[in-house]
Ligand binder design. Structure first.
Ligand SMILES: N[C@@H](CCC(=O)N[C@@H](CS)C(=O)NCC(=O)O)C(=O)O
Length: 240
């Protein structure tokens, strides 16, 4: 069976958002920022999985008070507050959102990747996100130029180049091996890889960290993934 087109998928997403959510999910609060790359990963998962949640903004990224990060001693966001307790970090949050959801959504997680192409795509995406955060935080804190700063920039550009060369193949492999979409008639699917990659590339644009126009394949991927309602509804913006 031919996988649904992006347009069909976008229509499916309308249905996702209309679905009633479990009562337990109403007591869920995401602590993050609308401008944060890792927070957007969690927000997209929550939208795709139709998990209702509150949103609380962390006002100051330079705060050294764990209480400002819902108790996360690593002083990082996002955090998901639930009746069970607080979940630190985007991956754990997305897994918990999956557990809270009643939507029949097939999800490919990082540990599902048993071939180097997909495993490396995931690793380079997550590392690029972490590197980008460090570059932004250095800028925010007013740290000057250093050899390490230049290495971080090389790392980010090298990873983006690799991802641009491999994103099309990786998506094919994802659909064929990790998330056989043709075997999921009428179902929805989601991969941590695609969500994180989309959040990364669009965040690099949003924060003007590096020019992204030269990464044609990544641009094409973002246009395609960006048609999902979950992506449209979570555009980056600075909280007031
Ligand atoms: N491992 C964490 C990383 C989260 C992260 O780095 N978040 C950024 C915001 S997007 C942050 O808290 N930055 C503050 C800092 O670096 O001090 C995750 O996967 O969620």
């Amino acid at each position: 069976m031919t996988p649904p087109t992006v347009h069909q998928e976008a229509m499916d997403q309308e249905a996702v958002h209309q679905q009633t959510v479990p009562a337990e999910a109403a007591a869920v609060t995401l602590v993050g920022r609308s401008s944060s790359v890792f927070s957007r990963v969690a927000r997209i998962f929550a939208a795709e999985l139709a998990v209702a949640h509150g949103f609380r903004v962390v006002p100051d990224l330079l705060s050294r008070e764990p209480g400002d990060y819902a108790g996360n001693p690593a002083l990082r966001l996002p955090v998901l507050e639930t009746r069970q307790g607080a979940w630190f970090g985007a991956l754990s949050i997305c897994r918990q959102l999956r557990r809270l959801s009643t939507r029949p959504v097939a999800v490919a997680w990082p540990e599902d990747f048993d071939q180097p192409l997909l495993a490396n795509a995931q690793e380079l995406t997550l590392q690029a996100m972490a590197t980008e955060v460090t570059l932004i935080m250095n800028q925010l804190a007013g740290s000057g130029e250093s050899a390490h700063q230049r290495k971080l920039e090389d790392s980010l550009l090298g990873s983006l180049g690799w991802l641009d060369r491999n994103v099309a193949l990786a998506r094919e492999a994802l659909a064929r091996d990790a998330l056989p979409r043709e075997a999921l008639p009428g179902a929805r699917w989601l991969s941590y890889l695609e969500v994180t990659l989309f959040c990364l590339v669009t965040h690099l644009e949003f924060r003007s960290v590096v020019p992204t126009a030269g990464y044609a394949q990544l641009g094409e991927f973002c246009r395609d993934f960006g048609e999902r309602r979950s992506a449209r509804d979570t555009s980056y913006r600075f909280d007031t």
